[in-house]
Design a protein around this ligand. Structure first.
Ligand SMILES: NC(=O)c1ccc[n+]([C@@H]2O[C@H](COP(=O)([O-])OP(=O)(O)OC[C@H]3O[C@@H](n4cnc5c(N)ncnc54)[C@H](OP(=O)(O)O)[C@@H]3O)[C@@H](O)[C@H]2O)c1
Length: 282
């Protein structure tokens, strides 16, 4: 099977490539397959994939707030172009989306059928991408993930690096307690995406490790799993100044994939597996 991954160099893209390694993988660069250009429609058609995976996106959340036009081009128009190509080829498309399509004011974890209501430019651009894909791609999977870790740049890795740097000085890390979400190990998510595609039932899915936590709890679990003893000072989101406001409370509940028997391990186990697999020099 010819599997095209758009965004294959990213954190989740690499995990997806690992999952489909035995297939005929097509991994164009972001220049060769640029989501911000309509030329991508013909590029995808000429590659003749049997399956298209689209983890590629402009993922810099603050950058999206500062340049919403770029966010719209890459995260909304790009998926629309890819969906049109998939429609022409009549092949399935997996579009990776985000917890940030929700407003973060829920009191229960978000279900697949809850109404998106993004509060920042990144979330709006990804929600636009979801709608474009559902409108144009005949066999589309919308897979929402959250708080990804598993690659070289992510919150878990940053906490471990800072924890190691401060283990002598014991300067406290300052981490927010009132941003709550569902950590997602890229490897676990990629394996679940593969199982979803094998089931062949398109639709909206929430693919996250089970349970949820605050950023503070995630930092603490990441350090504890490696025995790094550094104080962590709880702070509020309001004390942490950044251009974009994240939705505060966005745990995702997996109902649709669970109905197919696809469930991810608890986030604590996934974090432990990841940090213990990390190269201590990185
Ligand atoms: N990271 C998270 O915590 C998180 C949470 C929820 C949802 N998500 C979603 O999960 C997906 C994967 O996230 P990630 O963290 O793995 O992303 P990432 O590591 O930032 O990788 C993004 C990928 O997109 C590619 N890309 C960027 N601009 C592009 C363009 N104009 N045309 C084609 N490709 C382009 C990048 O290529 P280059 O390397 O060449 O720039 C890279 O391969 C994204 O759709 C994101 O919205 C992420």
């Amino acid at each position: 099977m010819r599997v095209l991954i758009i965004g294959g160099s990213g954190q989740l893209g690499r995990a997806l490539a690992h999952e489909w390694a035995a297939d005929d993988l097509l991994l164009p660069s972001s220049q060769a397959c640029d989501l911000s250009s309509p030329a991508i429609i013909n590029t995808v058609r000429e590659l003749r994939p049997d399956l298209v995976l689209l983890p590629g996106a402009y993922t810099n959340v603050d950058g999206c707030t500062l340049d919403p036009e770029r966010a719209y081009r890459v995260n909304t128009l790009g998926p629309k172009y890819v969906a049109l190509a998939c429609q022409a080829l009549d092949v399935p498309l997996v579009y990776i989306s985000t917890n940030e399509v929700f407003n973060g004011r829920a009191t229960q974890p978000y279900r697949e059928y809850d109404q998106p209501d993004p509060i920042n430019a990144y979330g709006r651009s990804k929600w636009g991408g979801e709608q474009a894909v559902l409108q144009h791609a005949p066999h589309a999977y919308i897979v929402r993930v959250a708080w990804l870790f598993g690659g070289p740049r992510n919150f878990v890795r940053t906490m471990v690096r800072l924890g190691r740097e401060r283990s002598l000085s014991r300067d406290p890390l300052r981490v927010v307690t009132d941003e709550v979400g569902s950590p997602t190990y890229a490897r676990d998510a990629a394996s679940a995406v593969r199982q979803l595609v094998e089931h062949g039932i398109p639709g909206i899915y929430h693919i996250v490790n089970s349970g949820h936590c605050s950023r503070y709890e995630l930092a603490r679990a990441s350090l504890q799993a490696l025995g790094i003893d550094v104080p962590i000072e709880p702070i509020a989101l309001a004390e942490f100044s950044r251009p974009s406001t994240p939705p505060a409370w966005t745990p995702l509940h997996n109902s649709a994939a669970a109905a197919l028997g696809i469930e991810l391990r608890p986030w604590q186990d996934a974090v432990t597996a990841f940090v213990q697999s990390m190269d201590p020099d990185q």
